[in-house]
Write a protein that binds this ligand. Structure first.
Ligand SMILES: Cc1cc2nc3c(=O)[nH]c(=O)nc-3n(C[C@H](O)[C@H](O)[C@H](O)COP(=O)(O)O)c2cc1C
Length: 195
């Protein structure tokens, strides 16, 4: 099961790396749950964004990147997409790359797929599997700039007087993370490793 090959003198066999970019902890929590569920199934390295430069992609069989939505953009994705173009063809061409994004939008929101797609070109979209995991908002852990952005967003919603449901959602901190939400991602990882 799984691929075995020698690259830069190292054996590649069912090894996955999860790189995550997390500002207030939601993406980190999801990444840790994924690692926990993958343990025993394959070797999994969990790398925070600040340590991203130490990742040697050639040593992995499957690559997963996670980041939180930030005004429509996925945090850290710009860097990851730049790396993607340099990844070995065996990863880019065989469905071995996935991106998960966390956000305050409910999973069933009609904008989810559109918001995900906006972060990728057609070519990139064809190379990655994507997942959206609903998370929440944590005002306590937000930086000053993000708190300001959120207060502007709340003021804009209030002014527009259209989306009262959204106004309620963003009024306070909330956490809708669930371990079960990671199941499709974990299943994808296991499947990708056996391809
Ligand atoms: C300034 C700001 C902008 C945000 N923009 C979005 C957004 O466009 N879509 C969304 O679903 N969630 C948005 N969120 C919510 C975050 O994506 C959510 O809290 C995410 O899980 C944060 O991940 P982290 O805790 O790993 O940094 C935003 C949060 C902040 C603070």
């Amino acid at each position: 099961m799984g691929s075995q090959m020698v690259e830069d003198g190292k054996k590649v066999e069912n090894r996955i790396v999860i790189i995550y970019c997390s500002k207030t902890g939601f993406t980190k929590k999801y990444a840790e749950w994924m690692k926990e569920q993958l343990s025993g199934k394959m070797s999994c390295d969990l790398i925070p964004y600040k340590e991203r430069r130490k990742v040697r992609f050639g040593e992995y069989d499957t690559v997963l990147f996670g980041g939180g939505f930030h005004a429509g953009q996925i945090n850290g994705l710009k860097w990851f997409k730049a790396q993607m173009q340099k990844l070995p063809a065996r990863l880019r061409q065989n469905g071995k790359i996935a991106v998960f994004a966390t956000g305050a939008m409910p999973a069933e929101a009609p904008d989810v797929e559109k918001s995900m797609r906006k972060n990728f070109t057609e070519q990139e979209w064809a190379q990655v599997k994507t997942f959206y995991l609903p998370s929440g908002l944590c005002y306590e852990k937000m930086g000053v700039g993000d708190k300001l952005m959120m207060s502007m967003f709340r003021a804009m919603l209030k002014e527009a007087k259209v989306d009262s449901k959204m106004q309620q959602i963003v009024a306070h901190s909330f956490d809708v993370t669930r371990k079960e939400a990671t199941v499709p991602v974990v299943e994808w990882c296991v499947h990708a490793a056996s391809r």
